[in-house]
Write a protein that binds this ligand. Structure first.
Ligand SMILES: Nc1ncnc2c1ncn2[C@@H]1O[C@H](COP(=O)(O)OP(=O)(O)O)[C@@H](O)[C@H]1O
Ligand SMILES: Cc1ncc(COP(=O)(O)O)c(N)n1
Length: 567
């Protein structure tokens, strides 16, 4: 369909359904903050007051920048909202967050959009775009501005005015005109503003094949060689660098982008990922370039990192299904597939899971000629309520393979699986959590790496360590060695008195460990401290001929001992 025809089909900004979004927003703010809040459509006094507030904000912003020790890289995206959150502002926010850069937003349009296409566009009045720009740029130290959908010439104009008023380190322009679905997102009349004002200010322009063709007056681009010629001609319009994106290049086994910096051409190749989930790749690529520039990268390095990020994210998300249309979004955080698996376990952590805590030992399983999978299957079948893989001698690859198999087994029994010490293995297999010792990865760092929902246990011998574990965000304490044991050399035993002291000082549930077996488990439980939730055992289960029988017997004993306490 011709550009002009598409325009009349889809571009319904004049028939705006949000009759005056500014008034609506103003009313919401007035109600939530009290009627004295300064806002739009105000009289002269209010305008003056607003100017004073803005001046104060500007002063505060520059003071904050000078005072601050830790500068946070900051990208401002000036773009349209995509209700389906695959592209536009939403993609920009996700891309910057994934690349660990702060992102503020100036919204130029609100689109009703999903995986089938764009059903409606409502343009934000240019005065209000100007006001959003003023709010952000006058207060927050923005390193890089990235632009996406700029639907009207007036919006291009106010943006250029703001960019002249507030200096930023770099300007990334993604000349969004047509969505992947073929819907028009900017009036052709913006082209004049692009050519005259915006492009000469841009540090990089990132057109896709269709947009490069529109910028060049309709010349078709059919090959990498056409993309090279286009990048050169487009650079003559003013941007310091040009990246012509080849996601839509027909008949190509690779996704090839052409970068031109005025002197050299660089072809960025990546395998073409066979997926419908490419909605928002262009917005994401430009945001990622902006994020890398905000961190201080050179332009070429920023483009290379951005291209690699897109390739990884597309590959990870190739088979996710969101929406029924032909243009699906991808997963910027490479996390959605993991979440849908781990949500099979409803509760994050139930302290009663500590009742019979089975800790594996590869040496013992080898001695008795069984695989770790067989050992874990027998333990959970016999009643183990939580399992920890403790494979001190295993190679990383073997450990990960074992962890994946054991995770499947444990999930099928609804039993959590923790990994001893190896946060990387826990992350790689999406285990339920980790157990760390005092000289392993600190619990606080483990929590940062694993996120809020994973289970973290910490080995503690003293009340002080127990208090620290709570401060660090642990979920439970493994306390011992209670009795002497062969599984840990040079491990000081603390006895039942030491165990009791830790339990009484701890805000967390405790599991006792060290030399515990059927012969002494009852006396451990009988110390009768409410937060002592169970016992962790190694040899008493795995250094025996039949893991299943041993686990069953110990489970019965523990249930009886716990029940006797509540009588
Ligand atoms: N199927 C794909 N496989 C790998 N990379 C892709 C694929 N589709 C697009 N890309 C890459 O995503 C980025 C955005 O390209 P493109 O889809 O052409 O932009 P736009 O989203 O603006 O149309 C480019 O780096 C391009 O090479
Ligand atoms: C608000 C908004 N901005 C940009 C795009 C382009 O993204 P895509 O080319 O993936 O459709 C879009 N569809 N919507």
């Amino acid at each position: 369909m011709a550009y002009a025809q598409l325009l009349s089909c889809h571009f319904n900004c004049q028939n705006s359904r949000l009759s005056n979004p500014v008034q609506v927003a103003s009313e919401v703010f007035r109600q939530s903050r009290g009627s004295s809040f300064l806002f739009r459509n105000s009289d002269t006094t209010q305008k003056n007051q607003r100017r004073i507030v803005m001046n104060m904000q500007e002063e505060r912003a520059s003071k904050a920048v000078h005072d601050s020790e830790m500068r946070i890289p900051h990208v401002l995206t000036v773009a349209g909202s995509d209700s389906g959150a695959g592209a536009g502002i939403q993609a920009d926010l996700k891309a910057c967050a994934a690349r660990r850069v702060y992102c503020s937003t100036v919204i130029t349009a609100v689109t009703a959009q999903n995986t089938a296409g764009v059903q409606g566009v409502d343009i934000v009045p240019e005065e209000f775009v100007a006001e959003q720009l003023q709010s952000v740029l006058s207060d927050m130290h923005v390193d890089v501005v990235k632009t996406g959908m700029l639907p009207s010439p007036g919006i291009v104009k106010v943006l250029c005015q703001s960019l002249r008023k507030f200096q930023v380190r770099a300007l990334v322009v993604d000349p969004v005109m047509v969505s992947t679905s073929g819907d028009i997102l900017a009036s052709p009349s913006v082209l004049a503003g692009f050519r005259e004002e915006l492009l000469p200010m841009a540090d990089i322009l990132t057109p896709n094949i269709k947009e490069a063709s529109v910028l060049l007056g309709g010349v078709p681009l059919k090959s990498v060689s056409d993309m090279r010629s286009a990048s050169k001609l487009i650079r003559d319009m003013g941007p310091r660098n040009v990246l012509v994106k080849g996601g839509d290049l027909p008949d190509s086994l690779e996704a090839i982008d052409v970068f031109f910096d005025g002197e050299d051409f660089f072809e960025m190749h990546s395998p073409r990922v066979n997926t419908r989930n490419t909605h928002g790749t262009g917005c994401t690529l430009a945001s990622c370039i902006a994020a890398e520039l905000a961190k201080g990268s050179s332009m070429l390095q920023a483009v290379k990192v951005a291209k690699r990020y897109i390739e990884t994210a597309l590959d990870y998300s190739r088979d996710i299904v969101i929406g029924n249309g032909s243009q699906g979004p991808f997963d910027h955080f490479l996390a959605l597939k993991n979440i849908s698996q781990s949500s099979l376990r409803q509760d994050r952590f139930n302290p009663n899971d500590l009742l019979l805590y089975a800790v594996t030992d590869s040496g013992m399983n080898r001695k008795w000629g069984r695989s770790i999978a067989d050992a874990v299957t027998a333990a959970v079948e016999g009643g183990a309520t939580i399992v920890q893989l403790r494979e001190k001698e295993a190679e990383t690859g073997d450990f990960l393979d074992a962890a994946k198999i054991c995770l499947k087994i444990c999930r099928s029994y609804g039993v959590p699986l923790l990994i001893n010490d190896r946060i990387d293995v826990a992350l790689a297999c999406d285990a339920d959590g980790v157990h760390v010792g005092q000289s392993d990865m600190p619990a606080r760092v483990a929590r940062t790496l694993l996120g809020p929902e994973k289970i973290i246990g910490v080995s503690c011998k003293t009340p002080e360590q127990a208090q620290q574990a709570w401060i660090d965000g642990a979920d439970y304490i493994g306390c011992g060695g209670v009795y002497p044991t062969n599984t840990k050399e040079n491990n000081r035993t603390i006895g039942l008195d030491g165990l009791k002291a830790v339990c009484l000082a701890s805000k967390l549930p405790v599991v006792a460990i060290g030399g515990i077996a059927s012969s002494n488990a009852r006396s451990v439980i009988e110390i009768g401290v409410p937060n002592l939730k169970g016992v962790a055992v190694v040899s008493a289960l795995f250094d025996r001929e039949c893991v299943l029988t041993e686990t069953r017997n110990l489970h019965t004993l523990l249930c009886e001992a716990a029940a006797a306490l509540t009588k």
